[in-house]
Design a protein around this ligand. Structure first.
Ligand SMILES: [Zn+2]
Length: 466
């Protein structure tokens, strides 16, 4: 079965056909790194990682690029407030981003380019646009002229005149038309800057993605993805820059994820209802957060509340309990009678059902329903008098395989229970008091092997799962 993707460019679903057989070139717009990420940033990280996982499940080799905007107005402002170097700020929040999303089960990207490491390609790209007449130099700045590009507005489905009426020239901008946008900004006094043919300065935001996509994936890519809020102007501008310069279609499929609301309200600075991913991870299992995010189709808005997260936790526990019940019933018999074969055939139907849902624009919400039905079926099977390990294993493989596509991991049977950890911590503490450092270190290493991180605080030892 073929995958269909809702393509924002067409406002319709379309069969997915990659440029090259068996390979997918995918670009996802990453964060501007001036703070810890909130859960609105975690959503695209999780949903597009799931898209990638499913494409890999279907046998594609996926080149996945996610950029870091590591120099821009917000980062410079933040660095000034903190009295720090721009690089110190951006490096800290890049590390924090990677730490957060890794805990959420997001696979490592093939490439994570940064603006400051792509400067030559960005400058070359701008220079080429100036040469081709799509951009002009104005007193140390360089601006792109959307009016020179036929097709501006095609992604956000707006005419150039509609867009013109909403555009304004900001103070300090030296452009001819309010629609024009900056490719290069001349340096202000005391700001970090790079040399260019137009004098010292730094790139505008949009140009980095055009330059990075070209550098790592080529002139035409398969999938370009990001949050719905990026459709205009960011993605519209990326298309204009890339297609004007390369003379080719930029991305064949444009995917956008929906917003996150907090307790049915829009998440905003003024409402003070920002939820940092990091804070959420302090108190919740990352698997539950991920499972919650995927319980709604990626294009729909998702409402976040502690109650909904709790309900996701209960749902996931039901699946995991079913998996563990299967495990406990093993070693009975491997003989497969006629009934056993019928069960195997029955289980295979769930694989098809799961794929039908995921093929349909990555409908994780429905795919999770299939997973529930499968675990119900497993519970029915375990009520039989005679079970076969072969059937049990097939159930487990299927549950495990679906969860892997969703990026949710089942905690290993050998992992420690909270109570066992507490006991070991007390034992280690006593060993240290008795100056038995060998035993204390042994316990520390044992916990480390099980991915338990210990922190010595003035209030005593605290621990968390790594
Ligand atoms: Zn971008």
């Amino acid at each position: 079965m073929a995958i269909t993707i809702y393509n924002t460019l067409l406002r319709d679903k379309q069969e997915f056909k990659p440029i090259e057989d068996g390979k997918v070139r995918m670009y996802v717009c990453g964060p501007t790194v001036y703070n810890y990420i909130h859960i609105g940033n975690a959503r695209p990280a999780i949903v597009f990682d799931t898209v990638r996982r499913y494409l890999e499940y279907k046998g594609y080799q996926v080149d996945y690029v996610l950029n870091f905007t590591d120099v821009d107005d917000k980062i410079i402002k933040r660095a000034n407030e903190l009295g720090e170097d721009v690089f110190a700020v951006s490096n800290r929040y890049i590390d924090a981003y990677l730490e957060d999303v890794t805990r959420l089960g997001v696979k490592k990207a093939t490439h994570n380019p940064r603006v400051t490491n792509t400067m030559q390609e960005i400058i070359g790209f701008i220079d080429s646009l100036v040469g081709k007449g799509y951009a002009y130099v104005s007193d140390g700045d360089v601006y792109f002229k959307p009016r020179a590009f036929d097709g501006y507005g095609k992604l956000s489905h707006q005419s150039i005149d509609e867009l013109r009426s909403g555009a304004r020239i900001q103070i300090g901008e030296k452009k001819d038309d309010p629609l024009d946008f900056a490719l290069w900004k001349g340096a202000k006094e005391g700001e970090i800057s790079w040399d260019s043919p137009w004098g010292k300065g730094r790139p505008g935001w949009h140009i980095e993605c055009s330059a990075m996509a070209k550098k790592y994936l080529g002139e035409t890519i398969d999938i370009h993805a990001g949050g719905q809020d990026l459709t205009f102007p960011h993605h519209e501008n990326e298309i204009a820059q890339s297609e004007a310069n390369n003379g080719k279609s930029f991305a064949n499929y444009w995917m956008h994820n929906g917003y996150i609301n907090i307790n049915n309200e829009k998440m905003s600075k003024s409402l003070g209802n920002f939820v940092l991913t990091r804070d959420l991870l302090e108190n919740h299992d990352p698997n539950v957060i991920r499972f919650f995010m995927l319980s709604v189709h990626y294009r729909h808005p998702i409402n976040f509340s502690e109650e909904l997260l709790e309900s996701a936790k209960n749902s996931l526990e039901r699946i995991i309990t079913s998996y563990q019940n299967l495990e406990h019933r093993k070693v009975s018999s491997t003989n497969l009678d006629k009934k056993g074969q019928e069960w195997l055939d029955k289980i295979d139907v769930y694989k098809q059902r799961f794929e039908v849902e995921m093929d349909d624009d990555f409908n994780t919400a429905n795919a999770i329903s299939v997973l529930f039905d499968l675990t119900k079926e497993a519970n029915v099977y375990l009520n039989q008098d005679h079970t076969s390990d072969k059937v049990i294993t097939r159930f487990q493989e299927m549950i495990h395989g679906f969860l892997e596509v969703l990026g949710v991991t089942i905690q290993n049977e050998e992992s420690l229970l909270d109570e066992e950890i507490e006991v070991l911590i007390v034992e280690r503490d006593e060993a240290r008091k008795a100056r038995d450092f060998t035993r204390a270190d042994e316990i520390r290493d044992l916990l480390k092997d099980k991915n338990i991180i210990l922190e010595d605080t003035p209030q005593g030892v605290r621990w968390k799962r790594g």
